[in-house]
Design a protein around this ligand. Structure first.
Ligand SMILES: Nc1ncnc2c1ncn2[C@@H]1O[C@H](COP(=O)(O)OP(=O)(O)OP(=O)(O)O)[C@@H](O)[C@H]1O
Ligand SMILES: [Mg+2]
Length: 271
């Protein structure tokens, strides 16, 4: 299984851009599509995935217990009660953390235990952990950014650092995309600006008030009828499976013409 498993580390040099939101909802979308996925919370500063999935009272062992041989992986893994293909594990929130080598070994052991085709790793951002982990576990990186200039600049820097560390597959997700603030004047279309990050775009997730509210209640977007986000995450999941999915397929978005350069208008209208 190990050779076929796809491992995605979700990262960014900028905080609060939606890394955990993307990790959770992408994992849910992959699971709903019938693939087994393990989402691992490796953010030791602010553990969040358990809150976003409503597991916070689950009281369980973690990857440090697995790596120390205190428990079997099955005791540190929680199977989501709503989606049978979705599994969760985490690093401890406090105390000494295992080394990157031990974390990689424990993650692999857990993913093997549940036969996960996909492993999605949420991080606290920054570069130390992604670089250290890459020495022991080859992963593809997903950089999350909003469409603000500061966030996109951080995304570009993150991409450059990851590439320098040898990460071969690096993709960008634009989160909290808001058409009202994303249209730039002076002929600079948002997709051109995203291009300047030199990180290939994997998908766009719209700003979604219903998602934000749902997360407070421990529910992913797919559980909330009013949420506009599930389609965005399905699109991203399908691209990960190798399908060719137009950027905004199935997503409610207006003024699409203005997202791209005038030369691309015709194509964009058809998507
Ligand atoms: N597409 C979205 N629409 C609306 N709100 C969103 C969206 N994505 C994330 N949020 C909200 O933005 C906030 C930050 O999201 P999240 O915790 O996922 O970011 P993060 O990058 O993981 O943060 P940190 O750097 O602290 O780990 C949360 O309140 C979340 O609900
Ligand atoms: Mg987070």
């Amino acid at each position: 299984m190990e050779e076929q498993r796809k491992i995605f580390l979700v990262t960014s040099f900028k905080g609060g851009v939606g890394k955990s939101t993307v990790a959770v909802n992408l994992a849910v979308a992959i699971a709903i599509c019938g693939r087994r996925v393990l989402v691992a919370d490796c953010d030791t500063t602010n553990r969040t995935v358990d809150l976003l999935l409503g597991y916070e009272d689950a009281g369980m062992f973690d990857l440090r217990d697995v790596s120390g041989g205190r428990v079997a992986p099955s005791e540190a893994i929680l199977r989501d009660p709503r989606a049978e293909n979705l599994f969760y594990c985490s690093l401890p929130h406090t105390g000494m953390q295992p080394s990157a080598e031990k974390i990689a070994a424990a993650l692999t052991w857990c993913a093997d235990t549940v036969n996960a085709e996909y492993l999605i790793i949420d991080t606290s951002g920054g570069f130390d952990f992604p670089r250290a982990l890459y020495e022991y576990m080859a992963y593809a990186a997903i950089i999350v950014s909003t469409h603000t200039m500061a966030s996109l600049r951080a995304a570009e820097r993150t991409g450059a650092e990851l590439a320098r560390a040898g990460v071969r597959e690096i993709r960008l997700i634009i989160n909290c995309f808001d058409i009202k603030t994303a249209i730039y004047d002076e002929g600079r279309a948002i997709l051109d600006i995203i291009d300047n990050t030199h990180v290939p775009l994997l998908g766009v997730v719209l700003y979604d008030e219903a998602l934000r509210t749902a997360q407070e209640k421990g529910m992913p977007a797919a559980c909330v009828e009013e949420s506009t986000s599930p389609e965005a995450f399905y699109n991203i999941a399908r691209r990960i499976f190798g399908e060719n999915v137009p950027l905004f397929e199935g997503m409610e978005i207006r003024h699409r013409r203005r997202l791209v350069s005038p030369a691309d208008d015709e194509d964009a209208e058809q998507t």
